[in-house]
Ligand binder design. Sequence first.
Ligand code: NAP
Ligand code: HSE
Length: 432
Amino acid sequence: MPAAPLRLGLAGLGTVGIGVVKIVQREAALIAARAGRPVVVTAVSARDPKKNRDADLSGYAWETDPVALATRPDVDVFVEVMGGHDGPAKAATEAAIAAGKDVVTANKALLAHHGQALALAAEAAGRTIRFEAAVAGGIPVIKALTEGLAGNRIKRVMGVMNGTCNYILTRMQSAGLPYETVFEEARQLGYLEADPNLDVGGIDAGHKLSLLSAIAFGTRVSFDAVELEGIGAVSIDDIRLAEQMGYRIKLLGVAQMTGRGLEQRMTPCLVPAASPLGQLQGGTNMVVLEGDSVGQIVLRGPGAGQGPTASAVMADVIDLARGCRVPAFGLPAAALAEPVPARSATPAPYYLRMRLLDKPGALAKIATCMGDAGISIDQMRQINQPGEADDDAIVLIVTHKASPADIAHAMAQFDRTGVLVGRPVAIRIEEI
Ligand code: NAP
Ligand code: HSE
């Protein structure tokens, strides 16, 4: 007797949802062969039933309410690709679990805020929640961490996880354009989320990092503890000066377990221009995983878009069709530890840029602040830009390794010197 099909209820028929429909329809035979049973969509939901959606949906039942879709008896797996960390996405996911369905979602915001509660509920109901598409789009990083590296103690997780920010930063660098101009370009190209601050404020990437941290370190998802800084303050001057010194600026996520607790940060950093992260162009994502046995592995690929994201959703669906069940965060949810959040204290070299009054002793005052903070200077130079007023000058300093607290202390002291013009900039140089 042929195996029973796995029946999907698909909530969301936007970029990702339609991508899923296309793969299910186009690759039906391949998927059935790989999964050992057919995978079919039985019912769908979206807001507007009249919208033209570039796919044949005529064979599917339509539900106006995603909660009704999630609880239908002819649905085995609820696929949530609507988005939003509360509202219908949360209500329908909870309803699906309560009705005994497995869940596949691409929704990093939902999991960053409610991942622990949803994983507990799913396990209590004997079901599974999967989210490959939620982090780094088409890159199979969740599978790599939960399965491929299950025999390792993970030492560090690092990466560029927001394609829009990487597009903006690389376009600023290659075209020499200011942030505001490239931000507008990104908006016109449709790269930005409906709320652009999710992208440029580092929130979307912070959501993703918090999910990877939970798996890597066996801790509950703790998005609120991620140190977040977006790219809005990165200037074309910093990008140019970094390039001259052999660095590129990236919105970089780093998570590591230290003796003081779990450090998670998503901030602009300088990385060597010649490194794999420095070479990353446009909307591409890259995740670097470091395990005690495997060493360092690098995963690179499309972080967004219809095909890549639907590819990741389908990987989860096919796993469920095959009967592969892995706890959402790699451990039973009840066994995940409450993390002790630690502010980033790992020393690193820093890039400092400031504008100083161009008068005798100005630089000495800054150097004294740094010496008093215990910071050693590696390089220092004054840059007089053609056409700029000659009563002040840009000064660039690269430090030897210093703690973030010492850098913050020195920056506070700069304010008292009376030689500073405007705000200084400090960007960490990440060793990779
Ligand atoms: P999208 O294009 O905006 O599509 C969202 C879909 O959800 C639309 O079909 C919309 O209906 C439907 N929807 C929204 N609210 C609803 C409600 N209350 N009831 C029923 N349907 C509702 O979004 P997307 O880009 O596909 O993203 C979906 C999810 O995947 C999000 O969580 C996103 O973060 C995640 N994700 C996206 C990408 C990507 O490249 N796009 C990559 C990784 C992860 P209408 O069409 O009728 O408006
Ligand atoms: N806004 C996200 C990005 C989409 O730019 O990477 C994929 O999560």
